[in-house]
Design a protein. Structure first.
Length: 293
């Protein structure tokens, strides 16, 4: 919603201000200038990125526009699932707990949190380190180093669309100049025409410069920043899992371990300790869910 509102304000102010100055909006309608700029930037984008990155850019753009960043409810679901899993690890045998990590789709704990279960990367992250905890031979500092390495790898992959969009944004002003130069070349071939025709051709050429700068700073660059913000919050879920499991491995009780994870949540989305306690205790219920939503 914020993305749409911001874009409407930007376009409205630019076009409204131009019209208020006496400009004619129809002059800005130069489809071939936009074909040159948009087409060349799309081609460069395809050349510069792997197919997997191109596909992920579409997904990332949709996440940015729809603001698919984790909400307080999502953080609470992860904390509640971790608390339940850690209680199982403390109270039950290895064979009884292994089923949760070997087949999370059939695990009663994971099935209680469908949004978490739909996050395949996060579920895999939890299950992989849950298995290592069950084995019992891994040292905490080794697990922490492994987690850091995996989170860094995930971040590198998740930020590829940010880099791709930013590269396009950086190149758009130059492509706008290319479109403008081509328009000027076309105008130079009509020097024998009337001033009205020649002026129209020059004005059409300058629209290319305007379009390149506008698309760069008002559309593509903000998308890149929004994608970065959304995916940064998504990665925060992995940090939450990391800190909770490490605290548990160091001997903390499940309720204390999830508190380590809660502290990694951004302040505006962070649930209070009372909400988390109500969520993770058997008597926790609907009031806590509503309060955190």
């Amino acid at each position: 919603m914020n993305f749409a509102i911001g874009l409407v304000i930007t376009v409205g102010c630019i076009l409204g201000g131009y019209a208020a100055l006496g400009g004619h909006l129809d002059v800005l309608f130069q489809p071939y200038e936009f074909v040159i700029i948009a087409g060349s930037s799309l081609g460069i984008f395809i050349v510069a990125n792997a197919t997997s990155t191109i596909k992920d850019c579409g997904k990332a753009c949709l996440e940015a526009v729809l603001d698919k960043a984790p909400k307080p409810r999502d953080f609470l679901d992860v904390l509640s699932a971790l608390h339940a899993l850690m209680r199982e690890l403390r109270a039950k045998s290895r064979s009884e707990v292994e089923a949760h990590f070997d087949n999370p789709e059939e695990s009663e704990i994971f099935r209680n949190f469908p949004k978490l279960l739909a996050n395949k990367d996060l579920v895999t992250f939890i299950c992989d380190y849950g298995r290592l905890i069950i084995i019992g031979n891994a040292r905490t500092h080794e697990i922490e180093a492994l987690m850091d390495e995996e989170i860094e790898t995930l971040a590198h992959d998740r930020y590829k669309p940010v880099q791709a969009f930013q590269a396009v944004a950086d190149g758009l002003p130059a492509l706008g100049i290319v479109a403008a130069v081509l328009g000027i070349i076309h105008a130079m071939g009509a020097l024998d025409q009337s001033p009205e025709i020649l002026g129209g051709l020059i004005g059409a050429a300058l629209v290319g410069t305007f379009a390149g700068i506008f698309l760069s700073y008002a559309v593509v660059a903000p998308i890149a920043q929004k994608v970065r913000a959304v995916r940064q919050k998504q990665l925060r879920l992995f940090t939450l899992v990391k800190q909770s499991l490490l605290a548990f491995m160091n001997g903390a009780m499940p309720q204390v371990a999830v508190e380590f994870g809660r502290k990694t949540i951004p302040s505006k989305e962070r649930p209070t300790i009372d909400v988390v306690e109500n969520e993770t205790t058997p008597t926790g219920g609907e009031p806590a869910l509503k309060e955190a939503a």
